[in-house]
Design a protein around this ligand. Structure first.
Ligand SMILES: O=C(O)c1ccccc1NCC(=O)[C@H](O)[C@H](O)COP(=O)(O)O
Length: 228
């Protein structure tokens, strides 16, 4: 089970997440987010990370050229599109580097997920004008349906207290946690980071033991360095 901790703004938080086993860290380049980091700050943080940690840039409705510029400047491995970007917008990037955030509200929204050219879908919960980081649970029943067809990152309101149950019920490929490991928006709590990663490792190890021989689904890696 892979884990991404999102909304990094401080070096100590990023290193605590990396040292405790996070596979990927997210940097939010959406100026209206309380977790916004400037490209200059993100670059500073990123260059001090252990090389094995995957760096994900989170964008909301940013012009394509600006996303490409920030990706190159900061050395981002993957791009998470979290706004109202269309499939045509997405096609201007290699699908191998894209994570598409989606918030389907009902089963009727599921067929439209086929249109996204991306390496994985991230299921999140939108709340009014807030695109992400809401701390609200996503729809786990729809998540079970989605993960049968696509590589799925389960997100939305996960924290040390509920992430074990989320993994057991949804069996996603990866999980993404943000406000559930914070003491205030943008400020992570290293104890909560340790607790959430510990819970993910314990739950997924128990799941592995129960997995039937020949079931290879756990071998797919979302958080790896993609070739463009
Ligand atoms: O976190 C934000 O402030 C944010 C703002 C705008 C777009 C995306 C944002 N976060 C992206 C993430 O990947 C979060 O981890 C995801 O929304 C889950 O957040 P939470 O419910 O707080 O765990």
């Amino acid at each position: 089970m892979e884990i991404k901790i999102c909304g990094m703004t401080r070096l100590g938080d990023a290193l605590a997440a990396a040292e405790n086993g996070a596979n990927a860290l997210g940097f939010i380049f959406y100026p209206r987010s309380p977790r916004y980091v400037s490209p200059e700050k993100a670059r500073e943080l990123i260059r001090r990370l252990p090389p094995e940690v995957i760096r994900v840039g989170v964008f909301v409705n940013e012009p394509v050229e600006r996303v490409k510029e920030i990706r190159a400047f900061c050395g981002l491995d993957l791009l998470q599109l979290h706004g109202d970007e269309s499939p045509d917008y997405c096609r201007q990037f290699p699908s191998s580097v894209l994570i598409r955030a989606v918030s389907p509200e009902s089963e009727e929204d599921l067929p439209s997920l086929e249109t996204w050219p991306c390496r994985a879908l991230l299921l999140d919960r939108r709340e009014g004008a807030l695109y992400g980081g809401t701390g609200r649970l996503s729809n786990w029943e729809l998540a079970v349906r989605i993960r049968k067809r696509f590589p799925l990152i389960l997100s939305g309101g996960l924290n040390p207290g509920n992430i074990g149950e989320a993994i057991r019920r949804v069996v996603p490929h990866a999980v993404d946690v943000n406000s559930g490991v914070e003491s205030s928006p943008g400020i992570k709590d290293p104890d909560k980071i340790r607790a959430v990663i510990g819970e993910v490792l314990r739950t997924s190890a128990a799941g592995e033991e129960k997995r039937p021989a020949g079931d290879e689904r756990g071998n797919y890696r979302i958080f790896s360095r993609a070739r463009d």
